[in-house]
Design a binder for this molecule. Structure first.
Ligand SMILES: Cc1ncc(COP(=O)(O)O)c(C=O)c1O
Length: 248
């Protein structure tokens, strides 16, 4: 199930989450888009009330803060992307799963290496998704410079805000509880309800697996989402049934 975003900061409207929970829901995936954290305190309270896990999709929010907590450190688990365009980007694909739950880490280690727990014995269906040493070395060299890059992104975003003030465009607002890093800056209100089958050039798919269930969501450039949201509601509804997403 998707919940819509807020007009103010283009992030998940946490007030809509409770109504979207069904008996099949096992986890909530807040997506801190454009480098700004979703309102995590009320979201964690909803999750606790319903016995759900929270998995933060931090692909665009490395280094962002939520009330002095680093993005990815509030939920039960978090995923990060090191795709070259990200704040901390490698020279090829890469990513990281973070959790303080030993079971999640064990599962992630196994899934990234053909589902193995001991050598050459696959316990489950997994992937070939190890971070190679060259990418790891590049990331290690870049890591100490990330704070400076974040400052620069924030300064550039402030100039956009200033320059576009009064232009009639809806500009993303900073959530006072969260220090954003401005991963991407967009003045177009995206829609979280567009089905990803509408996104012709969806660039990537994130998949989380829990026992017996997998949850996937596609990410697409804003221009595609905007195209999708201008299509008729009926066309979108018809295509929803063949969407690649697995909905919770
Ligand atoms: C919010 C979000 N989630 C997930 C992803 C997927 O990251 P990756 O391409 O490393 O799988 C991206 C990448 O664009 C993203 O922006």
């Amino acid at each position: 199930m998707f919940v819509d975003v807020r007009d103010s900061d283009f992030l998940m409207d946490v007030e809509q989450v409770e109504a979207a929970i069904t008996p099949r829901t096992t986890a909530i995936i807040p997506v801190p888009l454009y480098g700004q954290c979703v309102d995590l305190d009320p979201l964690m309270a909803v999750a606790q009330r319903h016995g759900l896990k929270v998995m933060e999709d931090c692909a665009q929010s490395q280094g962002a803060l939520y009330k002095n907590h680093q993005a990815g450190s509030v939920g039960h688990a978090a995923s990060f992307s090191f795709y070259p365009t990200k704040v901390l980007g490698a020279y090829g694909d890469g990513g990281m799963v973070m959790s303080n739950d030993e079971a999640v880490i064990r599962l992630a280690r196994s899934l990234r290496f053909f589902g193995m727990e001991s050598q050459y014995y696959s316990e489950r269906h997994g992937y070939n998704s190890r971070l190679d040493e060259v990418q790891a070395a590049i990331l290690s060299l870049k890591l100490p410079r990330v704070d400076g890059w974040i400052e620069r992104r924030r300064a550039i975003a402030a100039r956009y805000d200033q320059g576009l003030a009064g232009s009639g465009l809806t500009l993303p607002r900073e959530n006072p509880a969260a220090i954003p890093i401005t991963c991407t800056w967009s003045s177009i209100r995206p829609t979280a309800t567009a089905c990803c089958s509408d996104w012709p050039s969806a660039t990537s798919t994130a998949t989380f697996r829990t026992p017996g269930r997998s949850i996937s969501c596609a990410a697409a450039p804003i221009s595609d989402i905007t195209k999708a949201s201008s299509r008729s509601r009926n066309a979108r509804r018809n295509e929803f049934s063949r969407c690649r997403c697995t909905h919770i």
